[in-house]
Design a protein around this ligand. Structure first.
Ligand code: SAH
Ligand code: SF4
Length: 365
């Protein structure tokens, strides 16, 4: 018999489901607390719920976790899990411990349709959207493994979530937004909107909507400051060009000096890392409360690019800082286990030769 996965429900849907099964709204809230405050997956542990109700819940529903295929631990403390979903497709989830926080990087799709030329995920042939239970399941699985329940405890290990794993979150908006709303529920995992970051390559029509609905931090994968180059590096730029993208960012709700847009900029040797690029970047985002995140390119087997030299990265960063922008250089984490930005790609779909070779190296521009 089909059993409903309760992680696929918003709180309202859980309440409706309970009502349908002649359980009260109050019961729904109790169940939600067991799931999202305490991390329980077993109805029999819910000791303030009558046994007959627990039996019913066991018959009609489950609280899922994805299956772990492999766990890899980096020498810098980063952990990467390769996760198997119900249809046997695979995604990766990463935990990155830092001094003042612990960040979980979640995948939103199996693979990605957008084929950014420097990104490993984009070479994966099979693509499908994850549903809310598969997105939340990744986070809750990490919390299980780090013994991070109940969510209200002091010194939580998981303090931040970034939607920067596999996939383009704004192309799977309905499930991503449902999962994020559940993460933010006070009487639940209770992560504040300031601790959640949505990263997009620039799905312009969804940017304002996500700001209104969710109000989380926005990160834009910029990577180039003119359309000619961005068309090549981030091909979705052909559909939503820089002018459209910058306009949408200017309209992002609740922007202020304390709520700034993060511009992600991968540093590719001899491609986008000149002084002129840095100056044009400053001009492009003028007037928008911004932080710039320079990401040294993380190579992967078969990639066509090289990482900019440290000297070029420093010169680039200085130009940006002189213009008054904060410009942290993102330290690659978990590189030894291929857990760094853009290195994620489950092994279910091996890189297809035709795809790996279809990009003209932009070095030759
Ligand atoms: N699809 C979303 C989120 C996932 S990628 C997006 O593109 O924003 C998270 C970040 O890693 C993006 O900024 C992406 O451009 C960057 N990235 C991808 N491949 C990379 C690589 N090989 N080295 C460094 N950063 C990379
Ligand atoms: Fe997709 Fe983001 Fe990779 Fe581009 S960088 S291919 S949008 S995951």
């Amino acid at each position: 018999m089909f059993k409903q996965d309760l992680l696929d429900f918003s709180l309202e849907q859980l309440q409706d489901f309970c009502t349908l099964n002649e359980l009260s709204k109050f019961r729904a809230n109790q169940i939600s607390r067991w799931i999202y405050c305490f991390g329980h997956t077993c109805f029999d542990d819910m000791n303030n719920i009558a046994k007959s109700t627990r039996n019913l819940l066991n018959q009609i529903s489950v609280i899922s976790r994805p299956e772990i295929i492999e766990r890899q631990d980096s020498k810098d403390g980063t952990i990467k899990w390769l996760i198997k979903l119900k249809d046997n497709s695979e995604v990766e989830t990463v935990f990155i411990p830092q001094d003042d926080r612990g960040t979980v990087c979640l995948s939103s799709q199996v693979g990605c349709t957008l084929n950014c030329t420097f990104c490993h995920t984009g070479t994966q042939a099979l693509v499908r959207n994850l549903n809310s239970s598969e997105i939340l399941g990744q986070l809750m699985l990490v919390m299980d493994h780090l013994d991070d329940w109940p969510s209200g405890k002091n010194n939580r290990k998981v303090t931040n979530v970034v939607m920067m794993g596999m996939g383009e979150p704004l192309l799977n908006y309905s499930e991503v937004s449902k999962a994020i709303k559940i993460m933010m529920l006070d009487d639940g995992i209770s992560l504040s909107r300031r601790r959640i970051t949505l990263s997009t390559s620039g799905i312009v029509p969804m940017i304002e909507k996500s700001g209104i609905d969710l109000g989380v931090n926005l990160a834009i994968s910029l990577h180039a400051v003119n359309d000619e180059l961005r068309d090549k590096l981030v091909p979705i730029n052909k559909k939503y060009n820089l002018e459209n993208l910058i306009d949408a960012c200017k309209k992002y709700p609740a922007l202020s000096n304390s709520r700034r847009i993060t511009w992600e900029y991968v540093m590719l040797k001899d491609v986008n890392d000149t002084k002129e690029d840095a100056r044009n970047l400053v001009k492009l985002i003028e007037g928008i409360p911004s932080k710039i995140n320079l990401i040294p390119f993380n190579p992967w087997p078969g990639s066509l690019f090289e990482t900019s030299t440290q000297k070029n990265i420093d010169v680039f960063a200085n130009i940006i800082m002189d213009a008054g922008f904060a410009s942290p250089i993102r330290k690659p984490r978990g590189q030894d286990i291929f857990a760094a930005c853009g290195q994620l790609k489950s092994e279910t779909q091996k890189i297809r030769k035709s795809q790996a070779n279809k990009f003209v190296p932009v070095h030759s521009l």
